[in-house]
Design a protein. Structure first.
Lengths: 388, 388
């Protein structure tokens, strides 16, 4: 730990997200963090960082940064495939880790990362910044308090991830099996998949149809429908795409004694006087109705996003305070997306846990046939502030 | 035709719906129809009809009514399995037919009915009264005008069909494979399935999970998720149940240049300045946005429901005016529900058209294992006015 009692943070990967994290620091939003170092394989990105922050140390590899002795913690903001590999190296070197989402591309690799985390004394966190959104925090709280009974159904239409062809052309690795390992489920939806499992729990069965290159000239999926089943028999649907505009973000959760709807920044609660299951069993009327009241849940209005997650991470490193999301939980959303791919590729329903090796092998086939785009426009740094 | 230039109508089946139709007549809502006869196998129901309408003729069988010479047309409101059989008899006897929904239980049987209709000179209609709802009429018009481009996606959450156990116990044939041939898809959803195909066209592929007896002590499905694919690649999801309260009825349709949402009696239009597909291809911004305006579609406020369908039927018989829904179109929604059953029973995606014989054989297996409920409370006539 540095003498000033701040966490000395290294940022690995100076792409879109890594640059954003550096900006949060430069804008004084991270009171307990000093960004001491950055690493990237692209010298231009290091130069950019140096211009923004002249005192910063720059490294041409993650290894060099991790072993520099200049950082207590790292944030990993590289392409997805490298997340577990770098996290493992850092944790083995006693460096705390904040991993960008997704945790990795395939569960087999992420399990190894989680195994190392279990046996290390470092803090391991993942950037699920959407968990800081008071809307989802409240939904998580209401569902998990149990006050409204068991989950019956969840439908999430999350189609407000519109991207143009230009977006996909902004990097040769983008939207390829070899470079990114997936499309909307791996790049845009990790937050939604995490929130889904955070609020409703993990499903035990997945059927999905992932349409690859449907709305864009890309290899990976840009249109997905997932059907899920839970241990208690509850069901879920999840619809996403980067092809629709204006999209929808409507999360509807039916519990035995309430229906919740998250949409347009509000959480509407329909609270029943009685449990549906009991009423249905005992009513003397075929078309019975249960009395209920409809109201907006009170939200605390907070939504600190990335800086909230980073500040909680620093507090965890410095004082053992709780994280927003433990690194080990990154595997949950990834398990759903891997299962969705597997279901779509094999055309059948997948039980969770599924065979990690089978998924890995199927992914390799995709990678072997992957065709990293040759004619791409030069890498662009777009404003990512609204894209998390 | 009777001398007063009204259609002499016979109602076959004096259950819930048949009784409602008689009431429409008694309440003077059918100016060009005279209900001259009713048929039911239950003498008590015939007695009830006689009390309500002393001049009415009563018959103990559909055959006797059809061959009585006292009717120009019939409305078939028997249990589902009998619809095609009775319709065929009536049309062969030169009697016009209004068939209650669903057209039948399995497409093989309905195809025979449609074949007879093709070769007959009678008017053949089906009671898709929801097509008269100005909300869906407008959605049909907007989608089919083509002004907003091609269909991309449709999501219908239609879970406001809550029924208690008491409802299912109200008749021994109810919610059994042998008596009714299906649950929520056959009894509650035929309207929604018809509207779905009427507005969006017929899918070419169906995957579905139909949960049988999930929320009630019944044999048939009361919880369903359908995934659909269209010829142009568009996709759809359809979620329904009789187990949720308060349910949802939210139909979202994404076109290339608009998103429509039917909910709470309004049709919200998000109209884009440009087609999404073209914009996505040509935009110079990765996170481009298309300008759009949001407004409520103007509706004519009309919603004549059953009486609208019956009066159009009379006008078709008397003057050849257009029907609300041609009888032959009944097979479309049924094709979707049959495909959904088949998909769920076989655990795989079903191409449309599917093998009618295969479905019929699978249905027979269900019927063979069917267990008509022994201990049911006596048949009740509930107010059906809000149930279509």
């Amino acid at each position: 730990m540095s003498q000033t009692n701040k966490v000395r943070l290294g940022i690995i990967g100076m792409g879109n997200m890594g640059s954003s994290h550096l900006r949060f620091y430069l804008e004084d939003e991270l009171p307990e963090i000093t960004v001491t170092a950055v690493a990237d394989i692209d010298p231009e990105r290091l130069e950019w960082a140096k211009e923004e922050c002249p005192l910063i140390l720059t490294f041409e590899s993650a290894d060099a940064l991790i072993n520099s002795g200049e950082v207590d913690a790292v944030i990993i903001a590289t392409p997805h495939y490298f997340h577990p590999e770098i996290a493992i190296k850092a944790m083995k070197a006693g460096i705390h880790v904040m991993c960008e989402k997704p945790a990795g591309v395939y569960t087999k690799q992420v399990k190894e990362m989680n195994e190392v985390a279990k046996n290390s004394n470092t803090v391991f966190a993942i950037m699920f910044n959407q968990r800081t959104n008071c809307l989802y925090k409240k939904a998580h709280e209401l569902v998990n308090s149990g006050e409204f009974g068991e989950l019956k159904r969840v439908n999430w239409i999350i189609t407000d991830w519109f991207r143009t062809q230009r977006y996909y052309d902004s990097g040769g690795w983008r939207a390829t099996w070899s470079g990114e390992g997936g499309g909307v489920l791996l790049n845009q939806c990790p937050h939604n998949l995490d929130l889904w499992q955070w609020i409703c729990g993990m499903p035990v069965k997945i059927f999905a149809v992932c349409h690859e290159g449907k709305w864009h000239d890309i290899e990976v999926e840009d249109d997905v429908m997932i059907y899920a089943e839970y241990e208690n028999g509850a069901t879920g649907s999840f619809v996403t795409t980067t092809g629709d505009f204006p999209g929808t973000n409507r999360l509807e959760i039916t519990l035995d004694r309430a229906k919740l709807i998250c949409e347009n920044g509000t959480l509407t609660v329909n609270e029943l006087e009685k449990n549906t299951t009991e009423f249905s069993k005992n009513s003397s009327q075929g078309f019975g109705r249960i009395k209920y009241k409809t109201y907006e849940a009170e939200l605390d209005g907070e939504n600190p996003q990335h800086t909230g997650v980073l500040n909680a991470f620093a507090a965890a490193v410095l004082r053992g305070e709780p994280l927003i999301a433990k690194g080990e939980e990154g595997i949950n959303g990834l398990t759903i997306s891997n299962a969705a791919f597997l279901s779509s590729w094999l055309g059948k329903t997948i039980d969770i846990p599924f065979d990690d090796e089978l998924f890995y092998n199927e992914l390799q086939k995709k990678i072997e046939n992957s065709d990293i785009k040759k004619n791409v426009v030069s890498s662009v740094q777009e404003d990512m502030s609204s894209t998390y």
